[in-house]
Design a binder for this molecule. Structure first.
Ligand code: PEP
Length: 250
């Protein structure tokens, strides 16, 4: 089974010339690692041109956020339909940085449903901001899952990917341990089975937060995950190369 590597460039790099360079490196490393499927998620303004320049089959493309409405008076927004038309296959929904700007679980619910209805594959990001010993973060995660998926019929569930990204690990120096991720993956799957029965077991779960070439293989081998959502290390040519090299023989 191939691992999924979602390369979330966030609001980087500053120019299209640099974006093309980063894309060239991404194409090269994608050829290095036949066991990895890479989804390039550039800033929206670069998406169409990168997509149309690409003749290969190894990369897929995504958008970092999109509006649930297909069109209309929503200044500054991009619709799922437009993202699809520009070449996206995936859409990241509910990223912690969007939630920090005010996105709530009910928004993620609408966006996941919209993505599925416009034939995009939603990557629903979930994850608690902080952890205490009382374990209330489990309720936070459960709630994010329950509400985010509330409009998803069981038949469409296999099209959804869950990215567990503890907010305290995003942009941090240290990732969560694979052991703790393993526990979280079990919890997420248990919640999905409560919601959907056995079909819940089929959903892909990714980990995201401070992943690079030093910890990616350990997470893939021991974290019980189908792949990784990577921010910083995906937008830096050297770090991306080191990361993909570190997992190419798993
Ligand atoms: C992210 O933006 O989802 C992320 C995981 O960032 P980083 O890899 O930089 O921690």
């Amino acid at each position: 089974m191939k691992s999924l590597l979602v390369a979330n460039w966030k609001m980087n790099p500053p120019t299209f010339v640099e974006a093309k360079k980063l894309f060239e490196v991404t194409k090269k490393v994608a050829d290095l690692a036949k066991n990895v499927s890479i989804v390039v998620v550039p800033p929206t303004i670069f998406l169409r041109e990168l997509r149309t320049s690409y003749r290969g089959k190894r990369l897929a493309f995504g958008i970092q956020n999109a509006h649930a409405e297909p069109k209309g008076s929503f200044t500054g927004e991009t619709s799922m339909v437009q993202a699809k038309n520009a070449g996206a296959t995936y859409v990241i929904i509910g990223h912690a940085e969007r939630r920090a700007m005010g996105e709530i679980n009910d928004d993620t619910r609408k966006k996941v449903a919209a993505a599925l209805s416009f034939s995009l594959l939603p990557i629903l990001c979930i994850g608690e901001t902080t952890r205490t010993h009382e374990g209330e973060y489990l309720d936070v995660v459960k709630n994010q899952l329950k509400i985010g998926l509330a409009d998803v019929l069981v038949a469409k569930l296999p099209r959804v990917t869950i990215a567990y990204e503890p907010v305290w690990a995003i942009g941090a120096d240290v990732a969560m341990s694979p052991h703790d991720m393993h526990g979280m993956a079990i919890f997420i799957r248990k919640t999905l089975v409560e919601l959907y029965g056995e079909k819940g077991m089929t959903v892909k779960i990714l980990y995201g937060g401070a992943i690079d070439g030093t910890n990616a293989s350990d997470m893939l081998m021991h974290g019980d995950v189908a792949g990784l959502l990577v921010g910083r290390a995906s937008a830096d040519p050297e770090k991306l190369t080191a990361l993909v090299r570190s997992i190419k023989n798993l």
